[in-house]
Design a binder for this molecule. Sequence first.
Ligand code: GLP
Length: 239
Amino acid sequence: MQIHISPDAEALGDALAQRIVAAVQANPTAVIGLATGSSPVAAYRAWGRIATSLGLDQNRVRGFALDEYIGLEAGHPESYHSVIQRDVVEVVGLDPHLVHVPNGNGEPGEAEAYDRAIREAGGIDVQILGIGRNGHLGFNEPGTAFDSRTHVVDLTAETIADNARFFASSAEVPTTAITQGLGTIFEARELVVIATGSAKAAAVAAALEGPCTEELPASLLQRHPNVHWFIDEDAASLL
Ligand code: GLP
């Protein structure tokens, strides 16, 4: 595990983006796992900027989002379909046809089909991750099995409260979601995790230095052979 700490969140985004760009340079059909949330936004901007400055051909880069709310129309501005299109596809310059987001209004079997699609793509080369205040990854809340596959979850009250800032009120936040499982995430060949701000400090410290336990989903990352953490000084303050 490598831990990069910087006072400058923009610099962290740049450093994370460099790892993605390196993966695309090594393999123009690389499969990148995409996270939503505010944490990786600077990294997506940096990825787009660096790729443009290098004239990198990204036409064949493939993407799989981590998760999606259940019950929002895909065209809702806060659906992860919309967020991935707005914050990633357009900013980075990817082919939208090659970027997949789980269907939050899908048929039974959608979760299994999504998991299978990732495997059939050859697995994820680099998975971008944020971390919830409760240590969740994607929407895998505390108590999720480390070997879980893509599945439907009930969101905790804490996650609903945290994500209410994107909606008019917490009553509008969906209460269920579909997420890549922890086992699915763990199979990515490289994991890059970004955490900024003091609200994440306790989760970061527990994930890095606490026991490896299903009560803290991000602590699973201690077992992965190729993880890079990008943490600002506030998020690192309890290390
Ligand atoms: C949501 C997403 C997670 C993300 C988390 C943190 O719950 N499902 O993938 O890591 O939010 O979001 P933020 O980066 O905005 O703090």
